[in-house]
Design a protein around this ligand. Structure first.
Ligand code: SF4
Length: 440
């Protein structure tokens, strides 16, 4: 297929996992389009199929294996088709994976695009030199993710990421600002700066700039309307960064700050480097400096040895802080991690499920009440697209808002008066004045 249909090569990328994976897929897509390939609507229509995998939890890994298995007949039906497995499922040695999935042509670690690009170069007989030098998405979304740090230095005991993505490497401020500028010229209005520990940005760079320095520089890019950053680590959230969030108008008042556990003993075994009280004081400082900040968090339940009392500490923290968003995950042991080597995954799965449910119920009731307070308010919404016949966008605080409007509102910042609220989204009416003001 690849050799004889030179003009119509198509690729399909399937992605699972975190925003970093989504950003990696966008960047690979940019490289493939640079080589003249077009996106296919389904794997069966593609000459190149890439699965960008996640193994942070067993459920994600199971989905990747299911998807890999479903590709086997496609490869057998057309041996010229290239199948690639990318992402966190691929460790430094891919021998075991090669045995499990012999029909896969290329295995690539996160952000390691060269093996696929080189193979494509060979098959197409073209020079691929330089095609990975600029990976900014060619057709970016209005709101786009931009990786600023690769890897992580933390080695939390439950986490596989540092083993798969390697140690922390920050990109330079100049490189990031250049890419933001390019993306803005391609229509981007909102950038989310991405890192596993985004607030540790710059610690590995010669002059040790920090995230506050980077936010200030990115803020100066003309035409950019909003800046966000993900994911922060409580250990690195400095007063300087908090102040930058409060001071820089383009930086949205939204911080995702995983606490992972509310009990100090569990936090210590997780190797998180802070106590529950440290975390509460940090949230107080953020709220004192950034009024109306919305807070998100991640928490793991059913960590080895977690007692009911220890779980209650997580529940209490969630109840007290009243987060806007809580991502809750049941612990699943990941081979290769410290927890896997040293601890027994001893909490029964029905207990883990019950703990997940308890947090979800608490969060639903909390956010139902806090969102209800937004009714009648006029909120600044960046319109990202259409969904079920309505426009869809997000507030500065990252709330999802739907509204109807005749005119094309894509990419506009509009004023929306909130009329209906629910736990997961808001419904509003666009103010005409807001739409015309936003097109300025
Ligand atoms: S900070 Fe911890 S949980 Fe986050 S990526 Fe690094 S090791 Fe994993």
């Amino acid at each position: 297929m690849l050799e004889d249909q030179v003009d119509s090569h198509r690729y399909y990328i399937w992605t699972i996992g975190c925003q970093m994976n989504k950003a990696d897929s966008e960047r690979l897509s940019s490289a493939l389009e640079g080589l003249g390939l077009e996106e296919a609507a389904a794997p069966g229509e593609a000459d190149v199929i890439v699965l960008n995998s996640c193994v942070v939890r067993q459920s994600a890994e199971d989905k990747v294996v299911g998807m890999m298995t479903s590709l086997k007949p496609l490869k057998q039906g057309n041996p010229q088709r290239i199948v690639a497995l990318m992402g966190c499922m691929v460790g430094p040695k891919s021998g075991d994976l090669q045995k499990r999935f012999p029909y896969v042509d290329v295995f690539m670690r996160p952000q390691q695009y060269e093996p696929l690009i080189d193979l494509l170069g060979e098959r197409l007989g073209i020079d691929v030199e330089g095609c990975l030098s600029n990976l900014a998405p060619v057709k970016p979304q209005i709101s786009t993710y931009l990786p600023i740090i690769h890897g992580c230095d933390e080695f939390c005991s439950f986490c596989i990421i540092p083993y798969r993505r390697g140690r922390q490497v920050s990109r330079s401020i100049e490189d990031i600002v250049r890419e933001v500028d390019l993306l803005v010229h391609r229509g981007v209005k909102e950038i989310t700066l991405l890192g596993q520990t985004v607030d540790a940005y710059g610690q590995d760079l010669p002059d040790k700039p920090d995230l506050a320095d980077l936010l200030t520089e990115v803020h100066s890019v003309e035409g950019l309307r909003r800046i966000r950053f993900l994911t922060s680590h409580p250990k690195y959230m400095s007063d300087r960064i908090i102040k930058a969030v409060g001071d820089l108008p383009k930086v949205c008042e939204h911080i995702n700050l995983p606490f992972q556990a509310g009990d100090d003993e569990i936090l210590q075994i997780m190797r998180r480097g802070y106590t529950s009280d440290d975390y509460r004081r940090l949230v107080d400082r953020i709220r004192a400096t950034v009024p109306d900040v919305s807070m998100g968090t991640d928490v793991i339940v059913g960590f080895p040895g977690e007692t009911d009392v220890q779980f209650q500490a997580s529940l209490n923290l969630i109840r007290d802080i009243k987060f806007d968003k809580v991502h809750v995950a049941a612990y699943s042991t990941r081979p290769g991690t410290i927890a896997h080597r040293k601890m027994k995954d001893d909490i029964p799965s029905e207990d883990k499920k019950a703990r997940v449910q308890a947090i979800e119920q608490l969060q639903e009731s909390t956010v139902t009440n806090t969102n209800a307070e937004l009714a009648g308010q006029v909120m600044d919404v960046l319109v990202e697209g259409r969904n079920r016949g309505q426009w869809q966008g997000r507030t500065r605080s990252n709330k999802l808002v739907f509204f109807s409007h005749e005119a094309d509102a894509l990419g506009e910042l509009v004023d929306v008066r909130i009329e209906k609220t629910g736990p997961w989204s808001l419904q509003g009416v666009v103010l005409e004045k807001g739409l015309s003001v936003a097109t300025r």
